[in-house]
Design a protein around this ligand. Structure first.
Ligand SMILES: *[C@@H]1O[C@H](CO)[C@@H](O)[C@H](O)[C@H]1NC(C)=O
Ligand SMILES: *[C@@H]1O[C@H](CO)[C@@H](O)[C@H](O)[C@H]1NC(C)=O
Ligand SMILES: *[C@@H]1O[C@H](CO)[C@@H](O)[C@H](O)[C@H]1NC(C)=O
Ligand SMILES: *[C@@H]1O[C@H](CO)[C@@H](O)[C@H](O)[C@H]1NC(C)=O
Length: 822
């Protein structure tokens, strides 16, 4: 009993820690290798650092900038990604020697391709770090051959492969944000490849237009004549805080050709403003990590363009957290059209002193302006107002995930309503798909796309083909934006609230929403199953009555033989990570004196004649109830007559199930004797079992000891008469008292803990521990080296722990691992 309560305490504590940190739980989680979410990936032993991605307009070709190579991948096939051609582009031995002579690590000296853009209909333009001496070249998109002469890449591409940069080609001209020197302390925003009357332009660097920036992204807005750059930098205007980082949006006009005397070959239209991702008076999420543009809905004005960005905070109190904010183009424009701060040239201090406005900084078409006007715009480049998020609030805050990349898309639901869907990549390799609803974001699913944390990675969304691409050091992973067929019942399909998926009552399947699909059932806003699936009779209504619907969601009953006084534990699989489990008995209440509801949803009690009988485990989610398991707890008829073989088997399987992190099945073990129950690995590591709930209920009921409910179960298994020996009652009472005492203790501990959480101090173990995090650096290195090489090999954890999943090989081999009887 004591150890049981201790377990209870641990599980409860962990759950409370979780609940005080997690407000946004992905509804479904697919660990790597799950058959429900297959990844297609490209990797090759002679290709690495495949992190720069460029997708062709039709979404059929993916160009990849890698280490010493540019690749053309054919991504038009459903099941595979094919390498069409590869262009090798590496520095010579002499270049490499010079690079390492300059004191650089040999591993950083290769040519890391960091700029890859379409130039015109036949050619791309690419730049690489080229042994810390950047070079650029033209590449024929069809043949993947490069021009003989390479350009110097200074100001187009960083020298250091770990330095972030951004580049975009518009109208044959290359706009870049990068550092333009070997040491990495001369940042530029520049234009290259200009021809004719147009000239290459760069920043005037006498006044510190940029302060040690980290470039994140650049966007071109059609019909706007402007290019916007997003970056973070040191906020000099906050001179009271040492090295306060601010996020910025800056703009330049494409029509800019520099001034005639003042600002010759320099931008006359450069302006920057602060991007604020902050709620009320809370600490701002001040460091931008990534940003993606959401074009306006069809027919709306360009000013309705939105930018969705991920922000983290530079302060420890917010470490391990990240926020998503959205900004509208109209707000950005109005800030740039407003007043500008004034820089005192002697003290380099900013002020908001009112002064005569000689010109409008940020205005396009100033090239013929007077020297006086140009001097004014040169000195007034920081907008006074900050760009605030849409609706003045944060779109989303994750208290336990640090998102690093995002892609945003507008998705038309079955009822033609438009929803905004965000794809968010975490540092540790999880891709979250979230839909933004009136009441806040809903994370539809979480898919693990790589294991070892990747230093540099990228995310690309192919809207026409409904695919996501993730570029990492070890390969490129492709994942469809949805797998509707994973939701095998109408209830699951509706509860997913996935705008990509709807229930087709005719084919009785969850299918992708498309224009050709006739009326599908869907309820993104409400997720109301009863309304959306009303034509389908609900399995849970049948309860203990005759089982009319042998549907997949109606589980088989399971027979549990016990001796009296044994502690029984019945497991209840969760329908999703958002569901809650509850237990029912026919014609009897589950009094809390006799039953212990464990945090993982399982039920524990002492076997007495009163507690023998039928148990029904229900899962409720969003007001919808469904039956997850049915048990019949029965007294062993005689010590010899039980079926020990099947239970031993179950036990072995349950150990396997809980050990394999990437298991597709469920706990199906039940009713073990106390000793074995307490030695289960799931209980010594409760965090693992409560956090990685699997939801493939479909596989439930595969194990050997199941029996199918048929006909009237009451008749077949009449409840045993509750004639209780008196000593047993006393035992139960004493046990219950013990439990109550311990519960009091737990409550006090929890209260203290909750207070601790409320204060929102950064938790010492804020980020969830994952296996990959627990590895030693050597193991991680070994893993990284092994990744992509062995797609079918057993990983170090006994499952397929390492490597990405390529072309479904992986899922096929693990699919039946934990649940198939040997
Ligand atoms: C979608 O889910 C179903 C059911 O789990 C699975 O059989 C299928 O392979 C999955 N498809 C993809 C592309 O992931
Ligand atoms: C595209 O640009 C390349 C390099 O400048 C040039 O050789 C080629 O002719 C251009 N193609 C078209 C169709 O303009
Ligand atoms: C600006 O100057 C250019 C020559 O530099 C001239 O061709 C053009 O007409 C001028 N535009 C205006 C609006 O004055
Ligand atoms: C290149 O990839 C290796 C792993 O394959 C990684 O260790 C290294 O940090 C990557 N380098 C860059 C510049 O991304």
């Amino acid at each position: 009993m004591d150890s049981h309560c201790l377990l209870h305490l641990i599980v409860t504590l962990l759950a409370v820690i979780n609940s005080c940190l997690t407000r946004l739980t992905p509804r479904v989680s697919f660990p790597m290798g799950s058959p429900g979410r297959r990844l297609t990936c490209f990797s090759s032993h002679d290709v690495s650092n495949t992190t720069t991605l460029l997708l062709s307009q039709d979404g059929e070709r993916l160009y990849v900038g890698a280490r010493d190579a540019v690749l053309a991948l054919d991504v038009s096939h459903k099941d595979t990604v094919l390498l069409r051609s590869k262009l090798d582009w590496s520095p010579s031995e002499k270049d490499l020697e010079e690079c390492s002579m300059k004191g650089k690590e040999m591993a950083d000296c290769p040519n890391f391709i960091r700029v890859l853009q379409f130039l015109n209909s036949t050619h791309m333009y690419a730049c690489g770090t080229f042994a810390f001496s950047p070079r650029c070249t033209y590449i024929n998109s069809e043949t993947l051959t490069m021009s003989f002469n390479t350009d110097e890449g200074r100001g187009r591409c960083p020298y250091d492969p770990y330095q972030r940069n951004t580049a975009i080609i518009v109208g044959g001209e290359l706009y870049t944000g990068t550092v333009a020197d070997y040491r990495g302390n001369r940042p530029v925003i520049a234009r290259h490849l200009s021809e004719g009357s147009r000239v290459d332009l760069k920043l005037d660097d006498t006044l510190g237009w940029l302060e040690d920036p980290t470039f994140v992204s650049s966007s071109f807005i059609p019909y706007d004549d402007k290019i916007y750059f997003f970056f973070s930098e040191v906020g000099r205007e906050y001179n009271f805080i040492d090295k306060f980082i601010v996020s910025r949006v800056s703009q330049i006009c494409m029509s800019d050709i520099g001034g005639q005397r003042t600002l010759q070959r320099r931008w006359t239209t450069f302006a920057k403003a602060q991007l604020l991702c902050q709620a009320g008076s809370e600490l701002p999420y001040n460091v931008i990590q990534d940003i993606d543009m959401l074009p306006p809905a069809e027919g709306a004005s360009a000013d309705d363009t939105l930018f969705y960005g991920i922000f983290t905070s530079q302060w420890a109190a917010n470490s391990g957290r990240s926020a998503v904010c959205s900004f509208s183009l109209s707000e950005i424009k109005s800030v740039f059209a407003g007043n500008y701060k004034v820089l005192n040239r002697d003290t380099l201090q900013w002020s908001t002193r009112v002064q005569d406005k000689v010109a409008n900084p940020g205005e396009c078409g100033l090239h013929n302006a007077s020297d006086n006007a140009l001097r004014f715009v040169k000195e007034n480049f920081l907008a006074e107002d900050s760009v605030r998020p849409v609706g003045r609030h944060l779109t989303m805050v994750s208290t336990e995930r640090v998102y690093s990349h995002l892609a945003v898309q507008r998705v038309q639901a079955a009822n033609k309503k438009l929803y905004i869907v965000l794809f968010l990549l975490t540092d540790a390799g999880h891709l979250h798909k979230a839909v933004l609803l009136q009441g806040g974001p809903h994370i539809i699913e979480e898919v693990q796309v790589f294991k070892a944390p990747q230093p540099i990675r990228s995310l690309k969304l192919s809207t026409p083909k409904r695919m996501m691409y993730v570029g990492t050091s070890v390969g490129v992973v492709r994942i469809p934006t949805a797998n509707c067929s994973y939701y095998w019942t109408c209830a699951q399909c509706i509860l997913s609230r996935d705008p990509f998926c709807g229930w087709d009552p005719v084919s009785r399947a969850c299918v992708e929403v498309s224009d050709t699909q006739p009326a599908l059932s869907q309820d993104i806003d409400g997720g109301n199953v009863d309304e959306s699936c009303n034509s389908i009779s609900l399995p849970h209504r049948s309860k203990f009555g005759p089982n009319k619907l042998p549907t997949a969601s109606c589980p088989a009953g399971e027979l549990v033989s016990v001796s009296l006084n044994e502690v029984v534990r019945l497991h209840c699989p969760a329908a999703s990570q958002l569901s809650q489990q509850l237990w029912e008995r026919p014609n009897s209440r589950l009094s809390s004196d006799l039953y212990l509801h464990l945090k993982d949803g399982s039920l524990s009690f002492v076997a007495t004649p009163a507690t023998l009988g039928h148990y029904l485990c229900l899962s409720t989610e969003n007001g919808y109830r469904q039956t997850m398991a049915i048990y019949h707890v029965k007294q062993k008829s005689s010590p010899m007559a039980q079926t020990p073989t099947s239970y031993t088997q179950l036990h072995t399987q349950s150990q396997l199930t809980t050990q394999a992190v990437a298991r597709p099945g469920l706990h199906t073990s039940v009713g073990e004797v106390p000793k074995t129950t307490e030695s289960r690995p799931a209980e010594t590591k409760p965090s693992l079992s409560t956090r990685n709930i699997q939801v493939t209920t479909r596989q439930h009921g595969r194990n050997g000891t199941l029996w199918k409910e048929s006909g009237n179960t009451e008749a077949e298994f009449p409840l045993l008469s509750a004639r209780c020996p008196s000593y047993l009652k006393e035992l139960v009472v004493v046990s219950v008292l013990l439990v109550l005492c311990l519960s009091l203790l737990i409550t006090i501990t929890l209260y203290v803990l909750r207070q601790h959480c409320r204060r929102r101090t950064a938790p010492a173990t804020g980020t969830p521990s994952r296996n990959s995090d627990r590895r030693t650096p050597e193991e991680q290195k070994a893993l990284r080296e092994n990744e992509f090489v062995k797609h079918n090999g057993q990983g170090p954890l006994g499952g397929h722990a390492s490597g990405l999943v390529c072309n479904g090989n992986f899922s096929d081999s693990t699919q039946n691992l934990p649940n198939t009887p040997f």
